[in-house]
Design a protein around this ligand. Structure first.
Ligand SMILES: Cc1cc2nc3c(=O)[nH]c(=O)nc-3n(C[C@H](O)[C@H](O)[C@H](O)COP(=O)(O)OP(=O)(O)OC[C@H]3O[C@@H](n4cnc5c(N)ncnc54)[C@H](O)[C@@H]3O)c2cc1C
Length: 450
């Protein structure tokens, strides 16, 4: 294979992982080309506006221990603001709406004790599961053959605990508890620093957000890279061997010394590798499916719930909206409510029905004033025409112990990035950035000796 382009590395995918890898490799003096299938950069980070306010259809929040994405944002001049968290949170539970403070909603003493017991047992399991290589845990086989639902039932978790965990599963993996491997859940939550850090606002992953949206970070990285980023370039085939790689789209073939594939495992199956990948690496793509999560935003003249002493934060056991946040720019308006919606019941609906169902949910939590927004937008990641799904992979039982060792192991000059390959904050923007930096380091080592 000759390398007429003079390129060192092709990066597939211009999400946070691919752009970070390209930025790091470029900074080290390597010649890089990024090929992105969509007509935009950012991947699962996509910012739009509602009533003139930037809002994120994908990733929104960032927490204090997500240090790599925070460092990147600071370098690019993208400030954060605290997530609005003043006043009472609401919970719609068993048909009643009640208010509470803190992350743990108002339940009976017995229910709260059960939640604490399960959280403690869950995190204790994490002690035996090494970050980055969960399949090596002494308990790996047992945990990977259980779903989270199966485990909860085996330790006699109460119904309220299971329902709360189901909400966590929907917002974290975009799937139900009976779909996700217990080994995956334990590893994922350990990589996020524990259940509290993952779910909390103060001190946790929802502590802050970017008032200009998260996609600006990707856009600024792409601006730096200039014509090294090519949009509308769906990679269909990768030829690889000791002499280098040739990466094919429908219209071009780009040669280089190595390739970084920075797309979720589920989407890697649409690329033909020549020669074929090791059998278990190739099969990984069909065993690492994406979950599905959707969002609905409603904008009002003012954040009227604030004057009622409410934070805008709510939990509901009745969908399709099951979690809400206040992402308003200030007290004086516009007021913007974000609702995470359950893809299973929300995504099949027509646009008018989606809007009506989302507003019904906002009304049931925040009252009649929520019925008449000045603007509304929703987004279904399951319906993306290219590279669908998100927030992240919903890894089923058996996948980690069968294929996990292949997840990020390079195959010759083929390297793997993407948040699903991260050891810390896997599934989040921070994990994507960390994976891009790790892949860039691996490629640098490879290029120095090949
Ligand atoms: C609804 C939702 C809410 C979320 N909330 C948060 C949050 O609050 N905080 C947080 O930190 N994270 C959140 N996330 C997760 C976060 O968005 C992801 O972890 C992160 O964006 C993943 O980045 P990535 O670069 O690994 O992958 P991606 O962003 O998926 O990038 C991969 C890129 O590769 C491209 N691609 C795929 N196949 C090909 C191909 N064959 N050829 C060329 N290009 C290809 C895709 O178009 C895409 O642009 C959320 C995600 C969603 C969907």
């Amino acid at each position: 294979m000759t390398n007429p382009s003079g390129l060192d590395v092709v990066v597939v995918g211009a999400g946070f992982a691919g752009l970070t890898a390209a930025r790091s490799l470029t900074a080290h003096g390597y010649r890089v080309q990024v090929l992105e299938g969509r007509d935009r950069v950012g991947g699962r980070s996509h910012t739009t506006t509602i009533a003139g306010v930037p809002v994120d259809l994908g990733a929104t929040f960032v927490g204090p221990t997500q240090t790599e994405v925070l460092k990147l944002a600071a370098e690019l001049g993208c400030p954060t603001v605290p997530t609005y968290n003043v006043g009472k949170n609401l919970i719609r539970w068993r048909g009643r709406v009640r208010s509470y403070r803190s992350t743990i909603p108002k339940l009976s003493i017995l229910e709260l004790l059960d939640v604490s017991r399960i959280q403690w047992r869950f995190e204790r399991l994490g002690k035996q599961v090494p970050l980055g290589s969960p399949w090596t845990a002494p308990t790996a086989d047992r945990l990977d053959h259980l779903t989270v639902d199966g485990w909860l039932r085996s330790v006699h978790a109460g119904k309220s605990t299971r329902d709360l965990m189901a909400i966590m599963s929907r917002v974290t993996w975009g799937c139900e508890l009976y779909e996700v491997s217990m080994l995956h859940a334990v590893h994922y939550i350990k990589a996020a620093g524990g259940i509290g850090t993952m779910l909390d606002v103060k001190g946790g992953a929802q502590q802050d957000r970017f008032p200009g949206g998260t996609q600006q970070i990707a856009r600024l990285m792409a601006d730096e890279l200039g014509d090294r980023v090519r949009l509308g370039s769906v990679v269909e085939r990768i030829e690889h061997g000791p002499a280098g790689v040739t990466v094919h789209t429908a219209t071009e073939a780009v040669t280089a010394r190595a390739v970084v594939v920075a797309i979720p495992p589920a989407h890697q199956g649409s690329i033909v590798f020549d020669p074929g990948l090791p059998a278990d690496r190739a099969e990984l793509a069909t065993h690492w499916p994406m979950g599905n999560l959707s969002k609905a935003y409603a904008a009002y003249e003012t954040p009227f719930w604030r004057t009622a002493g409410q934070s805008g934060e709510a939990l509901s056991d009745d969908g399709p909206v099951f979690i809400t946040f206040d992402v308003s720019p200030g007290d004086d308006g516009p007021g913007v409510l974000l609702g995470f919606t359950d893809a299973r019941t929300f995504d099949p609906l027509e646009p008018d029905a989606r809007r009506a169902r989302a507003l019904d949910c906002f009304v049931s939590l925040f009252g009649d004033a929520a019925r008449t927004p000045v603007d509304y937008v929703d987004h279904r990641w399951s319906a993306e025409p290219f590279a669908p799904g998100g927030p992240t992979a919903a890894v089923p039982p058996g996948a980690w112990t069968t294929y996990g060792h292949r997840l990020r192991e390079p195959v010759g000059g083929v390297f793997w990035a993407g948040t699903e390959t991260a050891d810390e904050w896997t599934g989040f923007l921070d994990g994507a950035v960390r994976s891009g930096l790790r892949a860039a380091t691996e490629v640098t080592g490879y290029l120095a000796t090949n």
